[in-house]
Design a protein around this ligand. Structure first.
Ligand SMILES: [Zn+2]
Length: 396
């Protein structure tokens, strides 16, 4: 069978996708009779990209699948939980031998989805109520497109363009029209009219308005060609021809309004990230984001042993001891305590706090309850609303 170069699920759960030093460690511990030493390993991100002070945890269900049947108990923040640097996001407890070689795939699974969802959440936090569409499938290998689409959607994107990913998520894929359609027609008005003629009524008429002429000129041409049927214009101008996008959008808005086309919205895509959204959010009506979310800055989650046979023990730079994470939903503050030192009320406001590390695997049995992508996304959006403004001065 022809296939892409990829690891199978069996290879992953058999522990074959691993750094060789874990296999060596396992062999040495076994030969020294230390296989059954019980440890607590903690997953956390001690540092985040410059300008980031939170991230969104995604990939919890996949970790539960990886550890199913292993002699471990796993406690995790729920899928979609916002977490801060240094705080524990997951604890894995059991004989070290039971999960040693899975560190590589557990971290890889969490890091990738978490980094994508976090960047999507930053973009959504900036966009507010303006729609944010994910167009980034072309930035990643197709094998992982559904995973990337899911993380982007959960992180806060309002829609995704990939047909396969949308189907898996139970969504309708969203999109406009490519330059290819206009280039093939050789005439933008003919292309826009053909789109209007052939597409079902529930597909919004969004004309791509930057193929041949100036954006303002083409936007007006589209509005005159489609009239009240035109929902929006999209600008996807290459950076070499772009100039000041804010000024282009402002001028187009003014001109459309002056000619009576107040109903026509303006959507911007191409090279958009949270900084661009912040610059344009009061003048543009929606954003298409691709590479910034699909190829995000990495949230470097790592795993460290923090307890050995009940004794707090860790390498330097990491906080020893198994921990709890409590959240005050009133202050939207998180508190870390050593395990066993329970916290009931918020030290600031005295509200009841929630213990955030919930069981997902107990003695190898998966107890994780999968929520729908929509539910997880709602949970993410609820937390984003509680966050104070994003500081973007050092996002890149
Ligand atoms: Zn509080």
């Amino acid at each position: 069978m022809t296939n892409f170069l990829m690891a199978s699920f069996d290879e992953i759960i058999q522990g074959k996708v691993t750094d060789v030093y874990f296999m060596r460690t396992k062999e040495i511990l076994r030969k020294e009779g230390l296989s059954n030493i019980r440890v607590v390993a903690e997953i956390h991100a001690y540092s985040m990209p410059k300008g980031f002070n939170w991230a969104i945890l995604v990939g919890v269900g996949e970790v539960a699948k990886i550890l199913e049947g292993k002699e471990v108990d796993v406690y995790s923040l729920p899928e979609g939980t916002l977490f801060r640097p240094v705080h524990p996001v997951m604890n894995i407890e059991g004989p070290y031998e039971a999960f040693c070689e899975y560190e590589t795939v557990i971290l890889g699974t969490l890091r990738h989805s978490t980094s994508i969802a976090t960047r999507a959440a930053r973009c959504k936090k900036c966009a507010g109520d303006k729609p944010l569409l994910f167009f980034g499938t072309r930035s990643v290998h197709p094998i992982i497109a559904p995973m990337v689409d899911r993380a982007a959607f959960i992180g806060g994107c309002d829609g995704i363009s990939d047909v396969c990913g949308a189907e898996r998520l139970g969504l309708k894929p969203l999109g406009t029209m490519p330059h290819a359609l206009i280039v093939v027609f050789g005439d933008q008005v003919k292309a826009w009219k053909a789109f209007d003629k052939h597409m079902p009524e529930d597909v919004p008429r969004i004309a791509l308005c930057d193929t041949w002429f100036d954006e303002r000129v083409e936007a007006l041409m589209a509005a005159e060609a489609l009239g009240s049927r035109l929902y929006a214009v999209r600008f996807d101008t290459p950076s070499s021809r772009r100039g000041d996008m804010r000024k282009i959008v402002e001028e187009t808005r003014w001109t459309l309004n002056a000619k009576g086309f107040n109903h026509v919205k303006i959507i911007v895509s191409g090279g958009v990230d949270e900084e661009v959204i912040a610059q344009l959010k009061d003048v543009a009506d929606g954003f298409g984001v691709g590479t910034a979310i699909a190829f995000p800055l990495s949230i470097d989650l790592s795993m460290d042993i923090v307890e050995v046979e009940g004794e707090p023990r860790s390498k330097k730079g990491k906080w020893p001891g198994k921990k709890n994470l409590y959240r005050c939903w009133n202050c939207f503050e998180d508190y870390v305590t050593l395990y066993g030192r329970e916290m009931d009320r918020c030290p600031k406001c005295n509200s009841k706090v929630e213990s955030m590390l919930k069981p997902i695997v107990l003695k190898g049995k998966v107890v994780y309850e999968e929520k729908s992508p929509r539910e997880v996304r709602e949970y993410v959006l609820k937390q984003l609303k509680l966050l104070k403004d994003l500081q973007l001065d050092s996002a890149r």
